[in-house]
Design a protein around this ligand. Structure first.
Ligand SMILES: NC(=O)c1ccc[n+]([C@@H]2O[C@H](COP(=O)([O-])OP(=O)(O)OC[C@H]3O[C@@H](n4cnc5c(N)ncnc54)[C@H](O)[C@@H]3O)[C@@H](O)[C@H]2O)c1
Length: 352
């Protein structure tokens, strides 16, 4: 069975949803789209879709079962509620809303109407993320205690509407939601404290350099960074576990695992001082090479289109929803905490 869908907002991401679904998800058919700009309406027609002349026309189309919302962030809530009230199932782009209260309103309407509501947290299907999740789940290097996760661009300020507060601009909303969603999906524990440092280095109204430190109830801590002006990047992931360290350098998944060698005994401290290039030290003395082994990162199989396949499975009542609105709500509560923390010295305790 093929399900008809429509898209609201046919810019960079709306157009991408259309072309990707057309290529990879034959169970869905994008029937049409609506965009507020006339020149984009022409593009919608040129791309072989019906260009709805208004949202009302789109919502009145009874053949449309699912609507994807891909407009700037401040318009997500009103469109989501309008779609749900018109009986449509909804996929909303991230960040789902500007705060937790807005999302709670949407969730209430989706329950009242009995319609599906979910968020395009596509980065749960990213290979670098799946590699790290696989390492933690397999226990190959023991238990995690510190995770560093970063995305660092080098273009300077935030671009277009992403530079304005009114539109929900800034790096925390833009990339922070992806990395927070990944982390919460990976660590089965509550967050008990957040330290936050938000800077606006090049963008006047919103943050473009964010550092967060999260502490989970199970003892894992995570350092997160999303920034726009870095010319020599840190690794995408650096994961410290009780029996080894894993590094994923980039989205291509270059990297390695270094772990204790099989049957290697714990290191004994030398009685004598050790001389390194930086002078004498015992604490930082390097391990002898034979006490460790280097492993390749695990191979994982992941496909973005499984995101929409899951939605088709939910519409056909064959599958449970993967990206649950309650999970998005946890992320939004953390974002609320971060903005609150910034106003109160940068640190907040919580139970999220
Ligand atoms: N999940 C991801 O990987 C990912 C990647 C990029 C963007 N996004 C999200 O997608 C959404 C859109 O981002 P984008 O990069 O496509 O932006 P964009 O500026 O390229 O496109 C937005 C489109 O929405 C239209 N629009 C603006 N206001 C509108 C309104 N009130 N009604 C109807 N149309 C309106 C604009 O004319 C434009 O064509 C944002 O929420 C963004 O955070 C997600």
């Amino acid at each position: 069975m093929v399900h008809n869908m429509a898209i609201i907002g046919y810019g960079g991401m709306g157009g991408w949803h259309h072309s990707s679904i057309r290529e990879m998800v034959p169970e869905l058919r994008v029937k049409g789209a609506y965009d507020i700009r006339q020149e984009i309406q022409q593009k919608i027609s040129a791309n072989g879709l019906h260009a709805y002349q208004s949202v009302e026309e789109l919502l009145a189309d009874e053949t449309v079962e699912l609507v994807t919302i891909a407009v700037p962030n401040n318009f997500h809530k009103d469109y989501a509620i309008a779609c749900l009230k018109a009986g449509k199932n909804v996929v909303c782009e991230k960040p789902v809303t500007l705060n937790a209260a807005e999302l709670e309103e949407i969730i209430a309407v989706s329950k009242e109407e009995g319609k599906l509501f979910t968020v395009h947290q596509n980065r749960r299907w990213d290979r670098d993320y799946r590699v790290v999740k696989n390492i933690l789940e397999s226990g190959v290097i023991g238990k995690p205690y510190f995770i560093e996760t970063r995305v660092q661009g080098s273009r300077g300020s935030m671009h277009g509407w992403r530079g304005y507060k009114e539109n929900g601009g800034g790096m925390l909303y833009d990339w922070g939601v992806h990395l927070l969603d990944q982390l919460l999906d990976m660590i089965p524990s509550r967050v008990v404290s957040v330290s936050a440092h938000l800077e606006s280095v090049f963008t006047e109204e919103v943050d473009d350099n964010v550092k967060l430190m999260l502490l989970f109830e199970n003892g894992v801590s995570a350092l997160m960074e999303f920034s726009t002006n870095c010319f020599i990047n840190h690794p995408r992931w650096h994961v410290s576990c009780t029996e080894g360290t894993a590094v994923v350098e980039n989205w291509e998944c270059d990297g390695k695992i270094v772990k204790l060698a099989e049957n290697a005994e714990q290191m004994k401290w030398e009685d004598d001082i050790v001389y390194t290039a930086a002078g004498p030290t015992r604490t930082m003395a390097p391990r002898p090479a034979h006490t460790t082994q280097v492993l390749e990162l695990p191979k994982v199989d992941t496909k973005w289109e499984d995101y929409y396949r899951n939605i088709v499975g939910v519409l056909e009542q064959k599958e449970e929803l993967i990206v649950k609105p309650e999970q998005a709500l946890r992320v939004m509560k953390l974002i609320d905490m971060v903005f609150g923390a910034v106003e109160h010295g940068g640190i907040a305790t919580c139970y999220i």
